[in-house]
Design a protein. Structure first.
Length: 288
């Protein structure tokens, strides 16, 4: 059983000094683009203290030294700070836009059997890319006429393992109808249901960091990118880097779906704002 997080005081440690807090936040920013600071002190201290306890360390300075020298430990640090709140069929209007407007536009330049590549970043525990797969099977009549590839990526390596396993609890499944649950998931066991094997195999998962172009190189290029509710955690410089990398990952005239509070027009001049009936999305401006 996982131990619950505790505070530095409960573990017998002094609160993080301003310098320690700044150094840890700088490392998180450098590795992930996520911005943390003094206003998130309590949140940070709980996670750092939990990591110290797992390491059986007694000193924050010792732990910072480990972070500097051990890539695996810094990966665990990033994993502990990622936010993985998601569920199936989240922001359903964008899935409607995908099948009603985006894909019909994209296939004008494609023939039957051609590839259509869709990327979900960050994919968390898989709810978003699996939602895309289910939605297209249910709502796009041409789903079998094209070679659709769906890729999910996340910086959190532990959450990717959970995505591949494909087990989901009641909260993640709450927006799905009983009919969809019965057709696409195995019977409930221990308050979880597992996605059927054919659906699990329809999505490829790979580690990726949206602000590190090198970590994305092996993923190739995509026709549609879902990058929702991630950039709100970045500062302006990290958002611009992310937007540049997203553009480089897109095929010409490819589409981007962001969260409802995010706007690509504030980060990059390389996208047109497209107002479809179901959703506002962004289209890469290069000519085919």
């Amino acid at each position: 059983m996982a131990m619950p997080p505790i505070t530095s005081k409960e573990y017998g440690l002094e609160p993080l000094s301003a310098a320690d807090l700044e150094e840890i936040c700088a490392l998180i920013y450098k590795r992930s683009g996520m911005v943390f600071g003094e206003t998130k002190r309590y949140y940070i201290e709980r996670r750092i203290t939990d990591l110290l306890r797992q390491r059986r360390a007694r000193s924050v300075r010792d732990y910072i030294s480990i972070l500097r020298s051990d890539f695996g430990e810094s990966e665990l640090l990033i994993n502990s700070f990622t936010i993985n709140e998601t569920y199936f069929y989240r922001e359903l209007h964008q899935l409607s836009c995908l099948s009603n407007s985006i894909l019909p536009d994209l296939i004008r330049a494609k023939g039957p059997g051609d590839r259509i590549r869709i990327w979900s970043m960050p994919c968390s525990s898989g709810e978003e890319p699996y939602s895309i797969a289910i939605w297209l099977l249910e709502n796009w009549p041409l789903v079998d006429a094209y070679n659709i590839e769906i890729v999910g990526s996340d910086i959190d390596t532990e959450i990717l393992r959970r995505a591949v396993d494909g087990y989901f609890g009641q909260r993640a499944l709450s927006k799905l109808s009983p009919d969809l649950l019965d057709r696409y998931f195995e019977p409930e066991r221990d308050q979880q249901r597992r996605l059927i094997g054919d659906l699990r195999e329809s999505v490829t998962f790979a580690k990726g960091n949206i602000i590190d172009r090198q970590s994305l190189a092996a993923l190739g290029h995509f026709d549609v990118i879902f990058c929702r509710n991630l950039l709100i955690y970045f500062d302006e410089a990290a958002r611009e880097t992310a937007a540049r990398n997203i553009r480089e990952m897109l095929n010409p005239r490819g589409y981007v779906c962001l969260g409802h509070t995010e706007s690509m027009s504030r980060m990059s001049k390389s996208f047109d704002t497209v107002r479809f009936p179901d959703a506002i999305v962004y289209r890469e401006t290069r000519d085919i």
